[in-house]
Design a protein around this ligand. Structure first.
Ligand code: IPE
Ligand code: MG
Length: 215
């Protein structure tokens, strides 16, 4: 979800306003995704590298996450949505860990949209943490063993990765899981990314010929 800061700047407003708008947009896109028949949706909210931002921006973002994790608890139950957090939660506050635990527990049985939020997430960090949990002799380790131990264990690999905000890079997002993903880049800034834009991305995806290395 890129472009919150620029969205606000263009309107001569503080970056935090962009983040608030961006957070609101998540709900809109969750609903639109589910209406389109998307079963799994993962959003990249905060990376392991985002800690290098100014302390007050980090604080604003963390406050926003806490607020939304609490509100998702109610909304997810009303919409049959399951919420999970991926990323290294040992780097998050006690309060946020409690919010995460509660929303995951309460929504665990929901069978609608399977919604993942990446907070303090980095693909390399995730792989390292997974590898550290591998058991047995290294020669016997399999790709599936690693996949299972990732934060996304049990969640299918993404078919489509959408990056708004005009940058053409992955920025450490789902780097293991995206080996065969299709990519959709758009200059639209995240707060402006509408259900219509999502439809464009899905239409683009539907036109791809996925050969998985075959012919
Ligand atoms: C949101 O957009 C991404 C988050 C880390 C929450 P940015 O904050 O990166 O916005 P830009 O790229 O500065 O416009
Ligand atoms: Mg950015």
């Amino acid at each position: 979800m890129d472009g919150n800061g620029r969205w606000a700047k263009r309107r001569m407003m503080p970056r935090s306003v962009g983040h608030t708008r961006g957070a609101k947009n998540v709900e809109v896109i969750c609903e639109a995704a589910y209406d389109l028949g998307i079963k799994y949706l993962t959003v990249y909210a905060f990376s392991t590298e985002n800690w290098s931002r100014p302390a007050d921006e980090v604080k604003t973002l963390m406050k926003l996450f806490s607020r939304y994790l609490k509100s998702y608890r109610k909304k997810a139950m009303a919409n049959n949505m399951r919420v999970r957090i991926i990323g290294d939660r040992t780097g998050l506050s006690e309060e946020m860990n409690e919010d995460i635990r509660r929303v995951e527990e309460e929504t665990a049985g929901n069978t609608g949209l399977q919604f993942q939020i990446a907070i303090n997430y980095g693909g390399r960090d995730e792989i390292l943490r997974a590898v550290r949990r591998l058991k047995g002799t290294p020669a016997a380790w399999t790709i599936d063993d690693i996949s299972r131990l990732l934060d996304t264990g049990g969640i299918p690999d993404p078919d489509l990765i959408i990056r708004p905000g005009g940058e053409y890079r992955l920025s450490n997002f789902l780097i293991w899981q995206s080996a065969y993903a299709e990519f959709y880049f758009t200059d639209v800034l995240w707060p402006d990314f509408s259900p219509e834009e999502l439809k464009h991305a899905v239409t683009f995806y539907a036109g791809r010929d996925r050969r998985y290395g075959g012919v």
